[in-house]
Design a protein around this ligand. Structure first.
Ligand SMILES: *[C@@H]1O[C@H](CO)[C@@H](O)[C@H](O)[C@H]1NC(C)=O
Ligand SMILES: *[C@@H]1O[C@H](CO)[C@@H](O)[C@H](O)[C@H]1NC(C)=O
Ligand SMILES: *[C@@H]1O[C@H](CO)[C@@H](O)[C@H](O)[C@H]1NC(C)=O
Length: 600
């Protein structure tokens, strides 16, 4: 290992030096803005857009084949090769607001903020590079590392597109050089997690390819895609949740699990569809289309028609038996991928139109049954997404929410634009502001991982109410986890940690790009300062144990790869040029990896 690593660094050094020598100065150094605070923003826009799209200095890097060729697996149960990819989308509705250039003084403020986010990213990246290179994750307090995603350099692959967006071109190509050597024929664990491999590795590689056009990235994406495709080698054509690595190579077939969380089989559509678009091979699209047909056919047959339970059985092809419904953890990206699949694929043929139909149905159900207006001291008009249990005596809305649910505001806003529905957009804005409200309520300026509030009384959950101390005290008394030192309006902080999650800033970013309302950018800056301050460590940033304690309490020696892949990327994009990753050109997967929307 040590020798390989040394050699690797030497090789990288040569390549980096080569790039430095070969490229004009502006590309060789990390990105510096092409305009100073005094010049107009329009100049900056032009220079930035030109720089971001420039692929002409891409160095020649050859991929090393993995030790096992996943395209050579001989399937006992080959998945069907139909339907084929739908035709390219002819017309899409406009998603982003028509931005005018900022005044010079405003532009200067945003530019300082953008550079501050980049500075925080650079610190994390430099430590990963120095202490955990090619490992899955850096431990940000001890400077050690951990391999929890098969040992294929999860943080490195997950960070590729952020490096590109931040204009860190030499670091980007150094990382591409490393990607070229990843061996997807070996895994540090006997089983491979389908979901995580799909969103972090496959998603990361596809996005880095869509931005840079570097062939190595597509080659490696196909290797991971074929590895995941081997997970569909099952009797009923449904994918396994965990791929038994060595069994999968044999091709004899895998056993589908009897119970999985619904997000697992539901979060493959974007990656597989984009891989089919990029390779011209419909097999990935066809395989995942079968899975989504199962959800489609049963959407109206569950206990809460329009949504699916948190747990499903893929071995029995039963997606209706459960009674717990949420758009939070365990189910989240199943819903996220429906409007996004529509954005990527359109609705022109029989196999793609289901994404639009499922989107509208679930959004209407979620508005009706999951979202509520909380009773809070200032009576702000916000919405929170809760959980719904459907028992014999009907549906029960539990006003418990979590950080993971915070993506839903952005998704509703996106749905509002995609489906020309102002109610979705309005509800999306209130949901995004709900999470921002939770952030600013706690002393660290960050919301907890999981918490409870109080539903405004009345028939309609989205109806408002005035603060009522007696009613709040009665609800709080019913919660064993209630503590008096909680901010008013919150009856618990059941899990008071913040583990560097992105969902709240994700929604703020999307609302900013869709509405052009500058208050979202101010919210983003407040959130960024709070997060950067509370999570800072010697090497990078760490999860904190208590958002309700001064300074965030103790820290945990862990930094998820989504910190650099998602959280810092979304913060950065709030202050960067609005043409950078325009929502009219890209759709982002659930790990914030942008996939290019192909156009005719
Ligand atoms: C690498 O794999 C590809 C695809 O299986 C194959 O066509 C190619 O010949 C391999 N290259 C080497 C050097 O083995
Ligand atoms: C769902 O089923 C009910 C009752 O059969 C029907 O009235 C309704 O139109 C269906 N909704 C959708 C969206 O298919
Ligand atoms: C406040 O809540 C209590 C308990 O639910 C209720 O009895 C009272 O009428 C409410 N007060 C107002 C002003 O609505």
């Amino acid at each position: 290992m040590a020798r390989l690593r040394t050699r690797h660094i030497a090789l990288c050094a040569i390549i980096v030096l080569g790039i430095f020598f070969f490229l004009p100065r502006e590309y060789a150094s990390s990105y510096r803005p092409h305009f100073s605070y005094g010049t107009s923003h329009r100049t900056g826009t032009f220079a930035l857009a030109r720089y971001m799209n420039d692929r002409s200095h891409s160095p020649a890097i050859a991929a090393k084949n993995s030790s096992f060729d996943w395209s050579s697996v001989r399937f006992t149960h080959p998945p069907p090769l139909e339907p084929t990819l739908p035709p390219p989308v002819a017309r899409r509705p406009r998603i982003q607001y028509h931005f005018e250039p900022d005044h010079a003084n405003i532009a200067a403020i945003q530019e300082r903020r953008r550079l501050e986010v980049k500075r925080v990213f650079q610190k994390s990246w430099a430590s990963y590079r120095a202490k955990a290179w090619m490992k899955d994750a850096l431990k940000p307090i001890s400077g050690e590392y951990v391999d929890q995603f098969s040992g294929w350099a999860a943080t490195l692959v997950d960070s590729l597109d952020t490096l590109w967006m931040m204009g860190m071109r030499d670091e980007f190509y150094e990382a591409v050089e490393a990607v070229a050597t990843i061996d997807f024929g070996k895994s540090t664990a006997a089983t491979v997690n389908t979901f995580e491999t799909c969103i972090r590795y496959l998603g990361g590689l596809i996005a880095a390819y869509d931005l840079s056009g570097h062939a190595v990235l597509l080659q490696k994406a196909v290797e991971v895609g074929d590895l995941l495709y081997a997970g569909f080698n099952t009797e009923n054509g449904m994918p396994v949740d965990f791929i038994h690595f060595e069994t999968a190579k044999e091709g004899t077939g895998l056993q589908v699990e009897s119970q999985v969380v619904s997000a697992s089989p539901g979060t493959i559509t974007l990656e597989f569809s984009r891989l089919s678009q990029l390779t011209g091979n419909s097999k990935y699209y066809a395989a995942v289309s079968q899975v989504m047909d199962l959800f489609y056919q049963n959407q109206n047959a569950t206990r809460l028609p329009g949504m699916w339970p948190m747990t499903v059985s893929m071995s029995k092809k039963d997606v209706v038996f459960g009674y717990q419904f949420t758009i939070g953890g365990n189910a989240d990206s199943l819903y996220e991928y429906l409007p996004k699949a529509h954005a990527l694929l359109g609705s022109a043929d029989a196999s793609s139109v289901k994404y639009e139909i499922m989107s509208r149905f679930f959004m209407d159900t979620a508005m009706e049954s999951l979202f509520f207006r909380p009773m809070i001291p200032g009576n702000e008009d916000i919405l929170i997404s809760g959980n719904c249990d459907v028992l014999q005596d009907g549906a029960h809305l539990d006003p418990e929410s979590e950080h993971l649910s915070c993506f839903i505001g952005g998704l509703f806003a996106l749905g509002g634009r995609l489906f020309s529905n102002d109610e979705y957009l309005d509800v999306g804005a209130k949901l995004a502001r709900g999470c921002a409200y939770a952030y600013k309520s706690f002393p660290t300026g960050i919301m907890p991982e999981r918490y409870n509030m109080v539903i405004c009384p009345g028939e309609n959950h989205r109806q408002g109410c005035s603060w009522n101390e007696t009613a709040f005290a009665a609800e709080a008394a019913n919660r064993p986890e209630y503590k008096e030192e909680l901010p008013k309006g919150f009856t618990t902080a059941k899990d008071p940690r913040y583990i560097l999650r992105p969902e709240a800033i994700e929604s703020i970013f999307i609302l900013w790009r869709i509405t052009g309302d500058a208050s979202y950018r101010e919210t983003a800056w407040e959130m960024f300062q709070a997060v950067a301050k509370a999570t800072d460590t010697k090497y990078a940033n760490a999860a904190i144990m208590d958002v309700n304690a001064a300074g965030g309490g103790a820290k945990e020696d862990y930094m998820e790869s989504f910190w650099m892949a998602e959280t810092l990327k979304y913060f950065y994009l709030c202050f960067a040029d609005t043409d950078l990753i325009s929502l009219d050109d890209f759709v982002l997967n659930t790990e914030a990896h942008p996939f290019r929307l192909s156009k005719i």
